[in-house]
Design a protein around this ligand. Structure first.
Ligand code: FO1
Length: 357
C-alpha cells in the first residue's frame, strides 16, 4: 500500500464523466485516484456559483450523472427552473436536486471556504472516495471571441447554441492563476496521468493555460496518456451529441485545429507520451503511429457497464506500459520516446489550444 496517487485524470464535463464511470470500476483502490477538473466554464447564475465540470465529475463519481442530458443528476426535476420562467426567460436550466448543490457550494464559498475546500465537503457528502480537485482556486474564465463579440462560455454554448463562428479563445486569469493545492504535486507523483476524452479547447485548454499545471505535466517522469474526444468514424446521433460535436468542431476551428484525433494529439504534444483513438478511426491511428506516437485503439464510445470498465482497464494498462522499468544497473529507461518539453512534432502543425489573457 502506498500514498502515491495511482492515477490523475484531467477532466472537463460530459466526456470525462463517461470515462470516470468506467475508471471507478477499473481501480483496486479508488482513494488513490485524483480527479482534476476544469473551472473555466464556471458561472454565477441567480447569485449561485455553478461549476458545471466539477459537478459532472461529482455526479459521475457518485453514479448519478445524467448521460442522456449531458449534465446534472439523473432523474432530476425542473420545477424551480419552470417557476423562475414566470419572471423572465430562463436560458440556463438548473434542476431541483442540482440546485441544492449550488446553494450549498455558494454558502460555503461565502463563508470563506476555498473552491478546493468546498468541493471536498460536497464530494464527502456524496461518499466519493477519489479526491476531486478544481484545477485552481483562482478565477479562470473561458471567453469565446466570435463574430458577434466576446462571449462567456455558457453564453456561447447554451444561450447561443454554439452557432456564432469562433475567431479565438481566451482563458482570462489563467496565466496569473496558481494550481489548486495538491494539483501540481499529484501530477508530478502519479503513476499515470490520463487526459480524459474532453473538449481540448474549453475543457483541457483552460487547465493547460495555468503555468504550474502545464509545467508539472511537461516535467513528469511517469507516463501521460490522452484519450481522443473526437471520433470520426461514427456520426453523432442524439440532439445533445450533435450539439456537442458541432460545438467542438467550431471551437477547434476557431483556434486553428482540424476536427480530428491527430489534431488533438498535436495540441497535447508538449506533455503526452501516448494517445488513445477510437478503434474505428484506423487511418488516424496509422497517421499518429507514422509520426512516432505510441497509439492504442480502443472502443472510446463504450456503453456504460463492463464495456466502459474494459476501456478504462485498457487505457490504464497502456499507460502503465510506459512506466520506466527498473533495470539491474539502475539506469532510467523510457520504453516510449521522450516527447516532452519540446515543440509539437510537426513545427508547421496546428497552434496550441488557444491564447491566454
Ligand atoms: N447545458 C445546456 O445545454 N443547457 C442548460 O440549460 C444547462 C444547464 C446546466 C446547469 C448546471 C450545470 O452544471 C450544467 C448545465 N449545462 C447546461 C451544461 C454546461 O453548460 C456545459 O455542458 C458545460 O459547461 C461544458 O462542459
Amino acid at each position: 500500500m502506498t500514498d502515491e496517487p495511482e492515477a490523475v485524470v484531467l477532466c472537463g464535463g460530459f466526456g470525462a464523466a463517461r470515462f470516470l464511470g468506467g475508471l471507478l470500476g477499473a481501480l483496486d483502490d479508488p482513494s488513490r485516484l485524483i480527479v482534476v477538473v476544469n473551472t473555466g466554464d464556471d458561472v454565477v447564475f441567480h447569485g449561485l456559483r455553478i461549476c458545471p465540470d466539477l459537478d459532472s465529475a461529482l455526479y459521475a463519481l457518485a453514479g448519478r450523472f445524467d448521460e442522456e442530458r449531458g449534465w446534472g443528476p439523473a432523474g432530476d426535476s425542473f420545477s424551480v427552473s419552470a417557476a423562475l420562467g414566470r419572471y423572465g426567460p430562463e436560458w440556463f436550466n438548473v434542476g431541483d436536486e442540482d440546485l441544492a448543490l449550488h446553494l450549498r457550494r455558494t454558502e460555503l464559498l461565502d463563508g470563506g471556504a476555498t473552491l478546493t475546500e468546498a468541493t471536498g465537503i460536497l464530494a464527502g457528502a456524496w461518499g466519493i472516495r477519489p479526491s476531486l480537485l478544481p484545477v485552481s482556486d483562482d478565477p479562470i474564465a473561458t471567453v469565446i471571441r466570435t463574430e458577434v463579440g466576446d462571449l462567456t462560455l455558457q453564453d456561447y454554448l447554451v444561450a447561443r447554441r454554439a452557432e456564432p463562428p469562433v475567431h479565438g479563445v481566451d482563458y482570462v486569469g489563467a496565466t496569473e492563476a496558481g494550481a489548486a493545492p495538491g494539483v501540481a504535486e499529484a501530477i508530478a507523483r502519479a503513476e499515470v496521468v490520463v487526459v480524459a476524452p474532453s473538449n481540448p479547447v474549453i475543457s483541457i485548454g483552460p487547465m493547460l493555460a495555468v503555468p504550474e499545471v502545464h509545467g508539472a505535466l511537461a516535467a513528469r517522469s511517469g507516463p501521460t496518456v490522452a484519450v481522443s474526444p473526437v471520433v470520426l468514424a461514427t456520426a453523432p446521433r442524439t440532439g445533445p451529441e450533435i450539439q456537442r460535436y458541432r460545438a467542438r468542431e467550431r471551437l477547434m476551428a476557431g483556434i486553428g485545429l482540424a476536427h480530428r484525433p491527430a489534431a488533438v494529439a498535436e495540441a497535447y504534444a508538449s506533455f503526452i507520451d501516448a494517445f488513445v483513438v477510437d478503434r474505428r478511426d484506423t487511418e488516424e491511428a496509422r497517421e499518429l503511429a507514422r509520426r512516432g506516437l505510441p497509439v492504442l485503439k480502443a472502443d472510446t464510445l463504450a456503453p456504460p457497464g463492463p464495456p466502459r470498465r474494459e476501456l478504462a482497464v485498457q487505457v490504464l494498462d497502456f499507460a502503465r506500459a510506459g512506466l520506466a522499468p527498473r533495470p539491474p544497473d539502475g539506469r532510467a529507461v523510457r520504453p516510449w520516446p521522450d516527447r516532452r518539453g519540446g515543440a509539437p512534432a510537426d513545427p508547421d502543425g496546428p497552434r496550441s489550444t488557444g491564447t491566454t489573457g
